[in-house]
Design a protein around this ligand. Structure first.
Ligand SMILES: [Zn+2]
Length: 268
């Protein structure tokens, strides 16, 4: 599932490719035909990521004609293509860019929204560590009130926006925090440390367009050079030896989804 780094990277790449041109938009599948008609022939004025949500504003000069909300969900993809590889039935939205065309397939959401729906959506989102102006204090304040496991709290987009199943397991490992610990029992300084790790590693995720959490010390190579199967500490590594202590990695259900941890490195 795409996490926040994917959406921020997407937002940036779309801006790069579609800037200063009149975009040709279509919905080959037909399910976003009305929206595509409104966008067609307009410019991309603004592209914004907030957690796992993408907001694209189309119009002319500063006047917005259409605001599109996209959430990729579990299986959605929005990728640049140079060859027509998707079947027509699967393409919700196609945008023609300078370098390539962008095909959106399988999104959880792709719809036109108005300003009030936009504000309603972002009001429900917690701080996004990749956004300028996001605040560690907001994260600390909501964490302290939660009686749920920290592993579940990190998936709650109203507490912190943009973290998904891979990053939550990895961040907790890096700070030696057991995912079953109650969120309110995570100290203020631990919460601050987590927050700065979110920022640091999500930025690496945006740059590399993939998730890498293993440090150079533990992995023996810089993040950009680490092969995929050596780039994570615990995610989907149940039964395998911990990269730091060799203990077997544990798997359990937390917040309704599988989570992985090392019971030696993350005792409580
Ligand atoms: Zn360990």
């Amino acid at each position: 599932m795409p996490e926040g780094h994917t959406i921020h990277r997407l937002s940036r790449d779309l801006k790069q490719d579609l800037k200063n041109i009149f975009v040709a938009a279509s919905s080959p599948q037909g399910r976003f035909a009305e929206g595509a008609r409104l966008i067609d022939g307009k410019e991309l004025i603004r592209s914004e990521a907030w957690g796992k949500h993408l907001f694209l504003s189309f119009g002319h000069q500063q006047s917005v004609a259409a605001l599109v909300h996209i959430h990729l969900g579990l299986i959605g993809k929005f990728r640049p293509k140079t060859l027509d590889t998707e079947t027509k039935e699967s393409i919700r939205l196609r945008l023609k860019g300078n370098e390539s065309f962008w095909d959106l397939t399988g999104p959880q959401d792709c719809r036109l929204i108005d300003k009030s729906e936009y504000f309603h959506l972002i009001e429900r989102l917690g701080p996004d560590p990749l956004r300028r102006g996001s605040n560690v204090k907001d994260f600390q304040a909501s964490l302290i009130q939660k009686k749920v496991p920290i592993g579940a709290a990190l998936l709650d987009q109203s507490i912190v926006a943009g973290i998904g199943n891979v990053y939550r397991a990895e961040f907790l490992f890096l700070h030696g925090i057991n995912p079953n610990r109650e969120a309110s029992k995570v100290s203020t300084s631990e919460a601050a440390d987590l927050w700065f790790t979110f920022q640091e590693l999500l930025r690496i995720g945006v740059r590399l367009n993939r998730i890498v959490t293993v440090s150079q010390d533990d992995g023996g190579a810089t993040p950009g050079r680490l092969p995929r199967k050596r780039s994570l500490y615990v995610y989907k590594r149940e039964g395998l030896p911990c990269r730091r202590c060799s203990n077997e990695i544990t798997i359990g259900k937390i917040g309704g989804r599988s989570c992985w941890w090392c019971s030696v490195c993350q005792p409580i």
